[in-house]
Design a protein around this ligand. Structure first.
Ligand SMILES: [Fe+2]
Ligand SMILES: [Fe+2]
Length: 359
């Protein structure tokens, strides 16, 4: 039986991915009740499907629903209101969520399709609780990397890239001043865009030209993912205000399109801009560390997500986290300047093996 659009939306809100199997009446009743009590919903769903002449698939489908936990975040943000903290505390007590072991009832979803996440175990034999990244994606940051390396702008293109980044830094300095937590949060929302755009465009090029990318698609997507994990980490220690969220929204809209066009017109310029952005990121994180050392920013315990992602010691602090993130930025700097150099030598990226797994 076909169903209305409203009913389709209700079915989707329940997490059902086969909404057209349901009648509108069945779906609306089930959506309301599943939220409050699954057992009651199950009984009613059986009854409604018979009364309304709804699909005979319904009881069987509900019986096939599987609940599985989803874990996204770890510890409370620094600047939460006391009410927020109280709610999170209660949630944490219910789920026992510290240390990456997700609670069974934390944001469960239902699935008709029988798709179940695999049970992943950690090296110490305990269950892996994160759904947003896997144990094989974790790593130890290379702290020996040279943080002071700088690509001196010589050509016109280099100078354009350099001064574009310097010009972008000015409004950032004015807006955030010494609020380095919020500044880092904003920086990461921007920094995670180029890798995804570059990776996507190389992916399309690979398809279009029937050729390999030399691993660069993967390398750039890895960079995007790594930057996004920086953001997920900062979201644990910074609570952005509404106007900062609005700013991120706007900046992303502009930056995504600007970078997309730049990469199409001149990939060497695009990578050079990112190289300089990463140099600025290293500078920002160095200032961040100074603020922590001066006592202007509290050196709180490291979020659980950071401890697991960078394989940090359990007693690590925010300072340790900023150190590893800064090392990551230095790697991104090297990768992007390298990519630009390849283009500047009249070669294509696929001619030089990409630094895959090089965070
Ligand atoms: Fe980053
Ligand atoms: Fe970066």
């Amino acid at each position: 039986m076909m169903m209305s659009r409203a009913a389709t939306r209700a079915a989707r809100s329940m997490g059902m991915v086969a909404p057209r199997y349901f009648s509108a009446a069945t779906t609306a009743a089930a959506a309301a009740l599943l939220r409050s009590n699954e057992a009651a919903a199950f009984k009613l769903l059986n009854r409604v499907s018979h009364v309304s002449g709804g699909s005979t698939h319904v009881p069987g489908m509900v019986a096939g629903f599987i609940r599985f936990p989803v874990r996204h975040m770890s510890t409370a943000a620094l600047h939460d209101t006391s009410e927020d903290k109280e709610v999170k505390k209660e949630k944490k007590a219910e789920t026992g969520s510290a240390g990456g072991s997700g609670g069974a009832d934390d944001k469960a979803v239902v699935s008709y399709w029988g798709v179940q996440p695999k049970k992943i175990m950690k090296e110490d034999g305990t269950e892996w609780g994160w759904s947003c990244f896997m144990p094989w994606e974790t790593y130890k940051a290379d702290m020996s990397i040279d943080l002071g390396k700088h690509h001196a702008p010589k050509t016109l293109m280099d100078k354009m890239a350099y001064w574009t980044v310097k010009a972008l830094r000015l409004p950032t300095d004015i807006f955030f001043q010494r609020r380095y937590g919020c500044r880092a949060m904003m920086l990461e929302t921007v920094a995670a865009v180029p890798g995804m755009v570059g990776g996507m465009l190389l992916h399309c090029k690979s398809l279009r030209k029937f050729e390999q990318s030399g691993g660069w698609i993967k390398a750039l997507l890895e960079e995007a993912e790594n930057e996004r994990m920086h953001l997920m980490t900062f979201m644990e220690v910074v609570n952005p205000r509404w106007y900062e969220r609005a700013l991120v929204f706007t900046v992303q809209g502009v930056f995504f399109n600007a970078y997309f066009l730049t990469y199409i017109i001149s990939p060497k310029l695009a990578h050079r801009v990112v190289g300089y952005l990463e140099e600025e990121a290293i500078h920002s994180y160095t200032e961040f560390l100074k603020e922590i050392d001066n006592g202007n920013i509290e050196n709180v315990p490291a979020p659980a997500i950071a401890i697991d992602y960078w394989r940090l010691a359990k007693d690590s602090t925010l300072r340790d986290v900023v150190m590893v993130i800064r090392a990551d930025e230095a790697h991104h700097r090297d990768v992007n300047h390298f990519a630009s150099d390849i283009h500047c030598q009249g070669r294509e990226l696929k001619e030089a093996s990409a630094p895959v797994g090089y965070h």
